[in-house]
Design a protein around this ligand. Structure first.
Ligand SMILES: *Cc1c(COP(=O)(O)O)cnc(C)c1O
Length: 400
């Protein structure tokens, strides 16, 4: 029978999560508000050195509220990293706005500042038009309205910080707010500052596969008190202050439950430990591939540019079969699957997704190449030495 499954990234509880959850039961705080929610928000604020945090039902909900709070509307253009998970982009469509996909740079694999600036200046010249959602590409009418640049969304993919210094300089030059998708990068820093706190707003995710989890959840952070208060208001059905149910805004049911925030409080206590464990995985893989590269292979790992500290949520490699004696990442993925080990290609860029391919893209093919030649390796913080032995045995069978 096959050995026990090794996952790409599995939840890893500490010692106190259950205690916090029991406390919620014991005090009957089984609601989307309560002391755990407040304390979890305080934990996130102090860990990331940011003034305000709203705990929400998911990272996707946090991204959606961030766009609403920045007045993203139909006809607007949102400059978003193409190399990401679909949840970064879906809320742009919820708002009826147009994503303008920006390619990656080779260094961080994240949003390329050069392509970003090219895209913004093209948009300002009226060369990028919004496209109506739901219109098939073939039957599309030529657009005459000019898309209005509204905001910039870089992503810190696999935990690696994007080139924020350059991106923030462009944002300042064109006076555009920056929403950071830090869903994968809690615990990562850029020039000593937490990812998610470098732009105007940041988003974290506590989905089950992330570095820490609340089973499902997310957070929106900012130094702007008014915006985070408004996020909490919109996330609880936008109820006006009145004894009856009174509404003057469209609301959402996006708050995190007090029970799940209890899990989050326990997880925050072990976050630094989880970062250390994930980074240790990365260094084991690095040592392994450096040895292989001395034998004539050329496997590249996602680099940590100077000034960046990655939580190494997932260790990702890139390898061209032509430089690796014909071995491809698909060979490795298949070999892992044979031994019940999960691995996954790098995320397929959004501009190549059937649902998004009709939206504008500015780039040179970097993230497409990453997708075609890259692989995410098992990276959970609970990987044991025995698990690593199995992983190495499979890799050895590929790199003979
Ligand atoms: C997981 C993830 C999200 C969405 O977070 P959820 O909490 O699952 O809604 C958004 N962006 C990126 C890059 C992610 O990895």
């Amino acid at each position: 029978m096959a050995s026990e499954k090794i996952w790409l990234s599995s939840p890893h509880m500490g010692n106190n999560e259950q205690k916090f959850v029991s406390e919620a039961f014991d005090t009957n705080w089984i609601a989307p508000l309560g002391p755990h929610v407040n304390n979890f928000e305080a934990d996130l604020q102090s860990y990331n050195k940011i003034d305000h945090a709203a705990a929400l039902s998911s990272g996707t909900a946090a991204l959606h509220l961030a766009l609403i709070l920045n007045d993203v509307e139909p006809g607007d253009l949102v400059f978003v990293q193409s190399f990401t998970f679909s949840a970064t982009v879906n809320p742009i469509i919820y708002q009826g706005a147009t994503p303008v996909f920006i390619d990656s740079e080779k260094d961080s694999w994240n949003m390329c500042p050069i392509h970003l600036e090219n895209a913004i200046s093209s948009a300002l010249k009226g060369e990028i038009h919004p496209r109506p959602v739901g219109t098939p590409a073939s039957g599309e009418q030529p657009q005459t309205t000019i898309g209005k640049p509204k905001c910039i969304m870089p992503v810190h993919l696999y935990g690696m910080p994007a080139n924020m210094e350059a991106i923030m300089a462009i944002a300042k030059k064109y006076n555009l707010p920056v929403i950071e998708d830090a869903a994968e990068s809690l615990g990562s820093t850029y020039q000593g500052v937490a990812t998610g706190t470098l732009g105007d707003m940041g988003v974290y995710s506590f989905n089950g596969n992330k570095i820490i989890t609340t089973s499902g959840g997310g957070a929106l952070v900012s130094n702007d008190k008014g915006q985070i208060e408004k996020a909490r208001f919109l996330a609880t059905q936008a109820r006006d202050a009145a004894p009856h149910y009174q509404h003057s805004h469209i609301g959402y049911n996006y708050r995190m439950s007090n029970v799940l925030a209890g899990i989050g409080r326990g997880q925050m206590q072990v976050l630094d430990e989880r970062v250390a464990q994930r980074r240790a995985n990365y260094f084991k893989y690095k040592e392994y591939f450096e040895a292989k590269n001395k034998e004539g292979y050329n496997v590249k790992l996602q680099n940590e540019p100077k000034g960046s500290f990655s939580n190494r949520w997932l260790t990702a490699i890139e390898m061209n079969p032509n430089e690796n004696k014909g071995v491809s990442t698909l060979n490795i993925m298949d070999a892992f699957a044979q031994d019940n080990i999960e691995s996954r290609p790098l995320w397929k860029p959004m501009h190549l997704q059937p649902i998004f391919e009709r939206y504008p893209f500015v780039g040179d093919g970097t993230c497409q190449r990453l997708f075609e030649t890259g692989l995410c390796l098992p990276s959970g913080s609970s990987l044991s030495d025995k698990d690593f032995e199995r992983i190495v045995a499979v890799l050895d069978s590929c790199f003979q």
